[in-house]
Design a protein around this ligand. Structure first.
Ligand code: NAD
Length: 477
């Protein structure tokens, strides 16, 4: 696949970033080099920040009427929708996520812009009765907003953030992942075609250093970050200096509980989906498989049988059911974690066949025989630690044993019992008898507990995040 040379989108122009690094991005499916990683220089960062600040001061974007802003957002959505297959192909090529899945996920790109337009149209002003006339609750843009995204679903995650930041009226800077930057250019092309004024939307490429320089600048007034715990903590610390609103969507070590009355075939399908969706590199992926002791062996047999049949292959191959990991350092890190489990007496079950290819392939792994206290950290790969329980209370305690709280799953035929278990799980959301990337309802919030983050993402919630609130009215005499 032909990929254009990576460029920034700054001041309404596509320009080469100033600093080429010696780290290369490879096609994870084939191991072939694509391009080196590029960093935006300090001078380029300064120019972009200053322009975003001036755009905000002058009101170039925030003064555009709600109706006109919504219309422009919908025009961007139209452009993205027309290019959707290309965006899906680029994300599969770059991340190793299978094309069957990126085709679904990248629909979020245009849907996010349409949803954001709806938010704007629903009104930026709410009214309450006051002592003399109306009390206005105004939602106004905080100012220049920064959106930082990871590599696992780059186009969709970026679109959700930038659509809402732009909808709120914020001049918006996107910092894509250094490992998966290419679809961000396609988002920038859609914005460019619609003709937003220069500086309203900019894309600056680079790694953590570029992200950190942007986060800590006082002209950035709100930061929406999706990524790992380490980066999230650094962003939180930097935002604390100016009390800058920060939305942090971090990792998870998500439990899947199988109760003794579960439909074991359905549960086994759910386990495989939890392990393989986004190649296991998914913030709500399965991390801890919690099985009632009476059905544990039967369930594991079913999972192993499915994993033996799993077709792992090139992400752009329509037949592939799972693709490769993002890069070899990540695969090495996962293998190191597995070696640590083996040293602690764990047994690793990996039965899926891998293609003969220098791509970054890795067979999904089940880990049995390691104490639950040793499996609390997120791995961010297709690995699940298996633990058994005798009572529903024990299952809940095991699920709540990690410091995270993003997703969770419960399988059981008695839905009332499964719901009772789910309600006790300290986590942002629990699905009963199913594992899917899709929300239970597209307007449902996506909260994070504990080390999984700060603030709540969602169709309405992310829009609200980028808005400051002002209450204005005539006082009592
Ligand atoms: P990462 O934290 O290494 O990088 C994410 C982004 O943050 C990248 O663009 C990176 O350049 C930037 N970054 C890193 N350190 C930074 C710093 N100090 N200051 C500013 N920017 C910085 O994460 P990753 O490896 O790209 O993605 C994997 C992680 O993302 C996993 O932990 C996963 O669970 C999490 N994730 C969470 C969600 C969610 O919705 N909660 C979704 C996807 C991924």
């Amino acid at each position: 696949m032909e990929i254009k040379p990576l460029q920034n989108y700054a001041a309404g122009q596509f320009v080469d970033p100033g600093e080429c690094t010696d780290v290369w991005v490879h096609n994870p499916s084939t191991g072939e080099p694509i391009q080196p990683q590029w960093n935006t220089t300090s001078a380029e960062i300064e120019q972009a920040l200053q322009l975003a600040w001036e755009v905000h001061q002058v009101g170039v974007w925030s003064d555009v009427s709600a109706e006109d802003r919504a219309t422009l957002l919908e025009a961007i959505a139209d452009r993205l929708q027309q290019n959707i297959e290309h965006i899906a192909q680029v994300d599969s090529f770059n991340t190793g996520v299978i094309i069957a899945l990126t085709r679904t996920i990248t629909q979020i790109t245009h849907l996010a812009f349409r949803a954001a337009a709806t938010q704007v149209r629903e009104g930026l002003v709410r009214a309450l009765p006051g002592p003399h006339g109306t009390v206005e609750i105004l939602r106004k843009p905080w100012g220049p907003a920064l959106c930082i995204v990871p590599w696992n679903a780059p186009a969709a995650l970026a679109a959700h953030k930038i659509a809402n930041a732009l909808a709120a009226g914020c001049p918006t800077i996107l910092k894509p992942s250094e490992w998966a930057p290419y679809s961000s250019q396609l988002l920038a092309e859609a914005v460019d075609q619609v003709g937003l004024p220069p500086g309203v939307f900019q894309v600056l490429n680079g790694g953590p250093r570029v992200g950190a320089a942007l986060v800590s600048d006082s002209r950035i007034k709100a930061v929406s970050f999706t990524g790992g715990l380490h980066g999230g903590r650094a962003v939180a610390r930097a935002c604390a200096t100016d009390f800058k609103p920060a939305q942090l969507e971090l990792g998870g070590n998500n439990a899947l509980i199988v109760l003794d009355d579960a439909d074991l075939d359905r549960a086994a399908d759910g386990v495989v989906a939890g392990l393989t969706t986004l190649n296991g590199q998914w913030c709500r992926a399965l991390g801890r498989l919690l099985l009632h002791e009476t059905i544990a062996d039967k369930l594991l047999d079913r999972v192993v049988e499915r994993l033996r049949r799993l077709r792992i292959g090139n992400a752009l191959d329509e037949e592939s059911e799972m693709g490769p990991l993002i890069h070899s350092d990540h695969r090495d890190a996962i293998n190191t974690t597995l070696s640590g489990y083996t040293k602690k007496g764990g047994k690793i079950i990996q039965v899926s066949a891998l293609p003969e290819s220098p791509g970054c392939y890795f067979a999904p792994a089940l880990v049995v025989g390691v104490a639950s206290a040793e499996t609390r950290a997120e791995i961010f790969g297709p690995v699940a630690a298996v633990h058994t329980f005798a009572t529903d209370d024990e299952a809940v305690a095991l699920a709540n044993e990690t410091p995270y709280g993003l997703g969770g799953y419960v399988f059981g035929r008695d839905e009332n019992r499964a719901l009772h278990v789910a309600r006790q799980m300290r986590t942002g959301g629990v699905k009963i008898n199913g594992v899917s990337l899709m929300s239970l309802n597209h307007m449902a919030p996506r909260p994070a507990w504990g080390l999984s983050g700060l603030g709540v993402e969602g169709t309405r919630e992310t829009f609200d995040f980028f808005c400051g609130v002002s209450v204005v009215g005539i006082a009592a005499r």
